[in-house]
Design a protein around this ligand. Structure first.
Ligand SMILES: Nc1ncnc2c1ncn2[C@@H]1O[C@H](COP(=O)(O)OP(=O)(O)OP(=O)(O)O)[C@@H](O)[C@H]1O
Ligand SMILES: CC(C)(CO)[C@@H](O)C(=O)[O-]
Ligand code: BAL
Length: 281
């Protein structure tokens, strides 16, 4: 497995792969890899000849400096699991290589970046779109894979790829969960045992929301019941419950007549977790 630290090293390895006519699937991550990331890697290996993974804790998508400082990192473990999964190359850039002095270009999906989770984390999706555009330009893959857990992120990236005519296909992958239903997330290690148990309310309330959709509930009923379930968990601080049209994330009210997305963000002991569900009435 090749470990590339600079864009030039990565580009030269990609050039070598291209000479052999090999296709590339790319999995961008912030490291501290878990089974959710590895599911993206396995899926990537099914769609292309070679898989490239990036590990970069992107400073521009963090609003809170403490969140950035305490973001979990373990590159030695990450490289071992990626090697075992037969990954072709890992891109481990330094912040100065991605944002050299004098950088001033940003990428922003104007509507999608500023609604919902973008209101909770101001500037977050601008940072995500900007770094992902840079990574796409460096790697130039045929495919890029993202998790549905970060549902709004997935839609932001799909929109950016469409709007900027970036010639690659985005593949969304279902959320991988612990056996008790908690969505895998790098931030889960920061939860105390009590908060980890409390966080199960996210998946529980999404299952309840799904059942409500199946019973023909209105969007207002779904929001009210999910909000009440999370409010009943004393360790949870609810940040947002949003029910929107799926994919476009446009507002929806009354009885939905097409697929909807239910998105929750809540803090447990200061750790912000998100979870989501798509449901069709
Ligand atoms: N449980 C999961 N199932 C499937 N994909 C996931 C899961 N968790 C993360 N991913 C995806 O992995 C990619 C990299 O995510 P990232 O490195 O931010 O990990 P993370 O676990 O989402 O971390 P955190 O949410 O704590 O920032 C993203 O496309 C993300 O959606
Ligand atoms: C897509 C991403 C790697 C961009 O930094 C990050 O937001 C993530 O890991 O989901
Ligand atoms: N998985 C989303 C990255 C972040 O929380 O910053």
């Amino acid at each position: 497995m090749e470990t590339c630290k600079t864009p030039a090293e990565l580009r030269s390895h990609v050039k070598w792969l291209r000479k052999q006519g090999l296709s590339i699937a790319f999995v961008p991550t912030m490291g501290y890899l878990h089974a959710g990331h590895m599911e993206l890697v396995h899926r990537a290996a099914q769609v292309a000849d070679r898989v490239i993974v990036s590990i970069f804790v992107n400073p521009t998508q963090f609003g809170d400096p403490r969140d950035l400082e305490t973001y979990p990192r373990d590159v030695v473990h990450d490289l071992a699991v990626l090697k075992a999964a037969d990954v072709e190359a890992v891109f481990l850039p330094a912040a100065e290589d991605i944002y050299p002095e004098g950088s001033e270009t940003i990428v922003e999906t104007m509507r999608l970046a500023t609604i919902l989770h973008g209101e909770v984390r101001e500037g977050h999706f601008r940072g995500v779109a900007t770094v992902v555009a840079k990574l796409f330009n460096i790697v130039q893959p045929e495919y890029a894979l993202f998790g549905e857990k970060d549902y709004q992120q997935l839609q932001v990236i799909r929109q950016m790829v469409r709007d900027l005519h970036i010639p690659l296909e985005i593949i969304g992958c279902p959320t991988v969960r612990e056996p008790d239903g908690l969505a895998l997330s790098s931030r889960n290690v920061r939860l105390s045992p009590e908060d980890r148990t409390a966080a199960l309310v996210l998946n529980r309330s999404l299952c309840h929301a799904e059942a409500l959709v199946a019973r023909g509930a209105t969007v207002e009923q779904i929001v009210a019941e999910v909000t009440a379930m999370i409010a009943a968990e004393p360790r949870a601080t609810l940040r947002a419950v949003d029910v929107t049209e799926a994919v476009t994330l446009r507002p929806v009210s009354g009885k939905p007549n097409g697929p909807i997305a239910i998105m929750i963000s809540a803090e447990f002991g200061g750790v912000l977790l998100i979870d989501q569900r798509e449901a069709t009435p």
